[in-house]
Design a protein around this ligand. Sequence first.
Ligand SMILES: Cc1cc2nc3c(=O)[nH]c(=O)nc-3n(C[C@H](O)[C@H](O)[C@H](O)COP(=O)(O)OP(=O)(O)OC[C@H]3O[C@@H](n4cnc5c(N)ncnc54)[C@H](O)[C@@H]3O)c2cc1C
Length: 314
Amino acid sequence: MAQITILGAGVSGLTTGILLREAGYQVRILARELPAQTVSAVAAAIWFPYEAEPVEMANRWSAASYLVFQELAGLPGTGVSMVDFLVLSAEGQDDSWKEGLPKGAVRQASAEELPPGFNLGYLARVPLAETPVYLPYLQARFLRSGGELAIREVLEVDSLLQQGHTVVNCTGLGARQLFSDDSLYPIRGQVLRAAKKEGVRSMVFSGVKGQLAYIIVRSTDIVLGGTDYSHDYRLEHSEEDTRLILQRCRALDAAIDTPTVLGAAVGLRPKRPAIRCEREAGRNVIHNYGHGGAGYTVSWGCAQEVLHLMQARR
Ligand SMILES: Cc1cc2nc3c(=O)[nH]c(=O)nc-3n(C[C@H](O)[C@H](O)[C@H](O)COP(=O)(O)OP(=O)(O)OC[C@H]3O[C@@H](n4cnc5c(N)ncnc54)[C@H](O)[C@@H]3O)c2cc1C
């Protein structure tokens, strides 16, 4: 059975590692950072294909992931649950994400369900992965299945290939340097964690660049977002962004009012014109990166694609 080295221990690397290992491959993950230090740990991690292209493929991978998350939501200790999510829409916005949902999981919201200023929205039942539980769950499942995980920054892949390993690249934004991918760039996202409040609903508006706003109610807190600054590498959170996030979230749901902010975090979404989930021509490398703002949403679908690519090689 082939020896596989996965690079990266974010949601992409861990999910891919689980599927490959559970299919019987020998798998180890090498990662510069452990899951808790990755972009994946910053995400709100709700099912929604945001900033993921091409749209048709992203919807397909999202649909496949939905089914897996739905199963995980029924299991204790995964951190996954099914939640109501109001997706607000703007004139001309692509709403084809709905095609990734099973029948009956989404309907048009009534006028009374919409915040002031919005004419169109959809109420969807979607998976939410609470990252402080879900990432450790993924890591534990991978290790339990016999996978190995080591902290190591990889500076070139040829030596791994010379040892006969298949390399699976799940390095997110790291692929820009490691695989000289100039088409990959960050979309900087800031989020706030706030204390729970009664009556607050989970919702998103992503229809206008520069006005991204979302509220995600989790079991012990609320995640408020966001920002969508392309090509911005700054990792520090800013007071100005905190102010803008609170302002935009208040406009979505007045119940937010003046929340108790517990913390702020920044993550760089790995965006590319098209998610790269393919075998590299001429080298024994399979890529799985560039998932933008939808790394969780497409995670199981993309991992299944990697598994198919491995099996097609046998
Ligand atoms: C604010 C914010 C909110 C988000 N909300 C959502 C959401 O609600 N739903 C959703 O689906 N997605 C969301 N996302 C997007 C999602 O977080 C990303 O798409 C996803 O985390 C990408 O995962 P990844 O595993 O590919 O990359 P990362 O999580 O960045 O992991 C990359 C891994 O590769 C390793 N690595 C990099 N370079 C090297 C190297 N040279 N050698 C070894 N290891 C290396 C890193 O150390 C890390 O372990 C959000 C993102 C942000 C920032």
